[in-house]
Design a protein around this ligand. Structure first.
Ligand SMILES: [Zn+2]
Length: 237
């Protein structure tokens, strides 16, 4: 709720939209409405067989996949990702998850139809210690808030602290880097069995991390279904 104290604080320390730098109004929590509407939307949630889904063909069977925005290092979406990953903007994570969920529910079909559990891609223990939060969990929480679908925050775990994918340029390096690093949390197997899982990641470049997560779940529990939602997807794939 917006209070008088908020208004006073805003007067002294005006909050700014991290994308365009304009001052945020009391109705915009983390990003201005202009930026939210003009960022490059993929609209993949309305397109079955979209290019993001195609990335997983022949690798791992998935039900559907969608991404909110296109990402290139030049477009403003990278500013949102930086806020999430490096500037500790946890509110931004939850808010983006909420916006993405509202957007994915709009249109002809509800992207979340039939989904039972939302599972964020887990962060390595080292990065969790450094950052203090998992940005994928924040997005998942925002999606859960809007859809009412429960979250399995610890259903998938990282067993090996692999180096970050960010600086790996070649596709082969990225695939090698995530091989065998995930596992299903034995305590959560009952939550996943016969369920339709939505894997949530912040940004997908080659699809290597998400494929590794999906393969891990399906290997441990073959009778479940997997779908994928990300905040951003790299244009050039
Ligand atoms: Zn803005």
């Amino acid at each position: 709720m917006y209070t008088l104290l908020h208004s006073f604080t805003d007067l002294l320390f005006p909050r700014k939209c991290p994308v365009c730098g304009n001052r945020l109004t009391e109705w915009n929590e983390t990003i201005c409405l202009h930026c939210l509407s003009t960022l490059p939307h993929t609209l993949y949630h309305q397109r079955r067989g979209n290019p993001f889904e195609q990335r997983f063909y022949g690798l791992v069977p998935i039900e559907r996949a969608a991404s909110y925005f296109f990402y290139t290092p030049e477009n403003p979406v990278h500013k949102i990702l930086h806020e999430l990953k490096y500037y500790g903007n946890t509110r931004m994570g939850i808010e983006m998850g909420r916006c993405m969920a509202t957007h994915f529910q709009s249109g002809k079909t509800n992207f979340f139809e039939g989904i039972d559990l939302i599972v964020p891609v887990p962060l390595s223990t080292n990065r969790m210690k450094l950052r203090g939060y998992n940005q994928c969990s924040l997005l998942a929480k925002g999606i859960s808030d809007v859809t009412g679908i429960p979250m399995g925050d610890e259903s998938l775990v990282r067993t090996i602290d692999n180096p970050t994918q960010t600086h790996l340029k070649s596709s082969k390096q990225r695939w090698e880097n995530v091989k065998g690093i995930f596992d299903v949390n034995p305590q959560d197997i009952h939550k996943i069995q016969k369920k339709h899982i939505l894997l949530v990641d912040d940004v997908s470049t080659t699809g290597a991390t998400l494929s590794a997560c999906a393969q891990t779940i399906l290997k441990a529990i073959p009778d479940c279904q997997i779908s994928i939602a990300t905040l951003a997807v790299a244009h050039d794939g």
